[in-house]
Design a protein around this ligand. Structure first.
Ligand code: ADP
Ligand code: MG
Length: 688
């Protein structure tokens, strides 16, 4: 038997025990069943995504307070944080002018007495009966009262020392959150894992793990608690993925046999030789396409690494078998870009190819079934047309392929699916996180590429960056300027971009032909703009992040990103990939505030981008910087939004969960319920 991961040496009986095991349903109750949660607090909790008792219970602290010194009452110093172990003498509660209530407990030890104070917690009266032993952490204030930060009643060996600090923003105080989690905690005894599995893997009880997470006696204990919860989380993910794999293997896809004449012509038509990595990816997908189990392959590679060339190959494999291929992009801009790239090649090969956009006419849509290759957004292709003969679907930049698609297919046939992503993640991770996707990688770009030179430029020196950019323009090259990221909405983003483009036209880019690309343009306007840029009728494209992927203009050799510190690492890397598309030396200038005004994470992102062009390496850095939470390139999936697991740190857990999952697919206990819940909230076929 394989050794259990990370839990060796944990004695379950050494864990802090919850004091109650109430019914699991209470986790589904809304937070206002807890003492101290009225409508106002409820609303603020909701902003943090905390709506149910269970949300609080599984709200992970992001750090713990340092332990404070144990003191006697007589030793307390003003303003110094300390812990005292005391007995309650008497308790009182009063109302202040500002509708606050103040709770005071006079407490004592054998060196003296002090008044301990809380705010707005009238229910404490029940807990703090005279004679109760209590452990307080807080500070002695100037006026002689002890302001309580955290406390424990009864089992004094627990908590307070390593008080959890939760992500709270400005909505609610960390202290309040700590109290609420504490109030929710005893309700959390349901354990989703089969007892036999827990024993075999030597896992602590889930309730114990939660207790250790929120009320640890040491940081090691907190970490072990977190690991158990992370394991649950990863196991749910892996079991769900394993189920899908089984379902899929029951489906039938058309076998496309060996490569034929059409793709042979395609190879001859390409003005270059495929790279070794492209050839390998093609061999891998050819093997998949020959089977009747639908292909589910993830093609990873940086922007410009040559994925689209491989994708078109896959589409043509469908066509040479008398069937259809579809290329689906997440946005219309991207769909149009893909179309512009592949249409000329299809035309030369005599393969009918059509673009479907929201402005396509009914006639164009009706013609879709007769077209060999269709390009459009996921939504359009999935809902807009009937694809009776779809054999290969390429899904760009989104791990999503809806059931609607399946329904649109005749005779229960499923297409082979190739997912493409330009935000690569490390291979082992892809295998474990995506569970059932096979992975092909293009980790080396075509040799004719010169690595993009990236520089980080402070705002004071931005004039120099624009001077550099104008030099490129004067030499007949083209350029991108990326506008600052605005979170609010696409509309405000577009408006801000308009203002900025106008400013640039009058200032830094005066005398040049400047176009503006943003997400609020109508598809036709966008198409026209891109065509103009491609035809060199524009010198500069000022753009929002809509140029993130897909745009391919080899003559563009320099990019300026304004306020680059506000962008994510993956996003900047994607943006940067818009230049350096040909043999020409290209540049990316990242303008940001001065180093001492940046957060460490922002500085680290910029440094990494300057240091390397390798998307796989950047993916590792990004993973490190973000720790847990969202995984690269999966923003839409929701599946990999992890609360406890940190993919980098927990890779052994992830791999263990993956190897256990197949045996748990049939499990019908609470684990199965968790799997269903988890997978119910995401796109039905996401990742599968
Ligand atoms: P991706 O989809 O990964 O961003 P593309 O397939 O769009 O990459 O390729 C980017 C550019 O590189 C295109 O202009 C393409 O024609 C060119 N390209 C692709 N493969 C090769 C190759 N093997 N040798 C030279 N150029 C290539
Ligand atoms: Mg491409």
């Amino acid at each position: 038997m394989e050794a259990p991961v990370g839990f060796a040496g944990v004695r379950a009986d050494s864990w802090p025990r919850p004091r109650a095991f109430p019914r699991p349903e209470s986790l589904d109750r809304t937070v206002d069943v807890l003492p101290g949660v009225g409508p106002a607090v409820k609303k603020r909790l909701a902003k943090l995504g905390l709506e149910r008792v269970g949300d609080l219970v599984s709200y992970a602290p992001f750090r713990y307070e340092e332990p404070a010194d144990e003191k006697r009452i007589s030793e307390l110093l003003i303003d110094e944080e300390a812990v005292v172990e005391v007995t309650v003498e008497r308790f009182s509660s009063r109302r202040t002018r500002r509708r606050l209530t103040v709770q005071t407990a006079v407490v004592s030890d054998n060196t003296g007495q002090v008044a301990a104070v809380w705010f707005n917690q009238p229910w404490l009266e029940k807990q703090l009966q005279p004679g109760t032993a209590i452990r307080l952490r807080g500070r002695l204030q100037r006026r002689g009262e002890f302001a309580v930060k955290t406390f424990d009643v009864g089992d004094l060996s627990a908590t307070a020392d390593f008080a959890p600090v939760y992500p709270a923003g400005e909505e609610i105080t960390p202290k309040k959150l700590r109290e609420l989690v504490g109030a929710a905690l005893p309700r959390s005894a349901l354990d989703p894992l089969p007892a036999e599995l827990k024993e075999r893997e030597r896992l602590p009880q889930r309730a114990d793990a939660l207790w250790a997470l929120h009320r640890p006696r040491s940081l090691e204990e907190a970490e072990r608690g977190r690991m158990r919860l992370a394991f649950d989380e990863l196991l749910v993910l892996q079991v769900g993925l394993a189920r899908r794999r089984l379902q899929r293997e029951a489906e039938i896809a058309p076998s496309l046999g060996p490569a034929g004449e059409l793709v042979g012509l395609y190879r001859e038509l390409l003005p270059f030789r495929l790279t070794e990595h492209q050839e390998r990816a093609i061999a891998e997908l050819d093997a998949d396409l020959a089977r009747t189990v639908p292909m589910q392959r993830l093609l990873q590679g940086d922007v410009g690494s040559g994925k689209t060339v491989v994708a078109l190959y896959a589409l043509l494999r469908a066509v040479e078998n008398g069937r259809q291929g579809a290329l689906m992009a997440p946005t219309e801009t991207l769909a149009e870009q893909h179309f512009l790239t592949i249409e000329p090649i299809c035309r030369e090969l005599g393969v009918p190819c059509a673009l479907l956009t929201s402005s396509s006419t009914k006639r164009e849509r009706d013609a879709a079934p007769a077209t060999d290759i269709l390009v459009g957004t996921h939504a359009l292709i999935q809902e807009g047309v009937e694809l009776r003969d779809l054999a290969v679907a390429v899904v760009d930049e989104q791990h999503r392929f809806g059931v609607e698609q399946r329904r649109a297919l005749a005779e229960g046939r499923s297409p082979h699916v190739l997912h493409m992503t330009a935000t690569p993640i490390p291979r082992t991770l892809a295998l474990t996180v995506y569970g059932d996707l096979a992975v092909s990688e293009i980790s080396k770009p075509p040799a004719n590429r010169k690595p993009i030179i990236t520089a980080s430029v402070t705002e004071e020196r931005s004039a120099a960056a624009y001077t550099r950019l104008r030099k490129h323009l004067d030499a007949g090259r083209q350029a991108y300027v990326v506008c600052p990221l605005i979170e609010e909405s696409e509309t405000s983003q577009a408006r801000a971009a308009e203002v900025e483009a106008e400013r640039l036209r009058r200032a830094e880019l005066r005398g040049y032909r400047v176009g503006l690309l943003h997400g609020r343009l109508r598809p036709a306007e966008r198409r026209e703009l891109m065509a103009k840029f491609k035809a060199r009728e524009l010198d500069v494209l000022v753009a929002t992040t809509v140029i993130e992927v897909g745009v391919d203009v080899p003559n563009a050799t320099i990019m300026i990103v304004q306020e680059a510190d506000r962008f994510g690492l993956a996003q900047l890397h994607q943006l940067r990939g818009r230049v350096g598309r040909a043999g020409e030396q290209s540049y990316c200038l990242l303008i940001s505030r001065a180093r001492d005004e940046l957060t460490d994470a922002a500085a680290a992102r910029l440094e990494a981008l300057v240091r390397t062009n390798d998307g796989f390496e950047l993916a590792e850095v990004d993973l490190e910087l973000r720790g847990g939470g969202q995984l690269l390139g999966t923003r839409q999936s929701g599946l990999t939004d992890l609360k406890f697991a940190q993919l980098r740190r927990d890779r052994p857990l992830l791999e263990r969960a993956r190897s256990l999952a197949p045996d748990l697919v049939e499990d019908a206990g609470p684990l199965a319920d968790d799997v269903e819940k988890r997978f119910a909230t995401v796109e039905p076929e996401a990742l599968a």
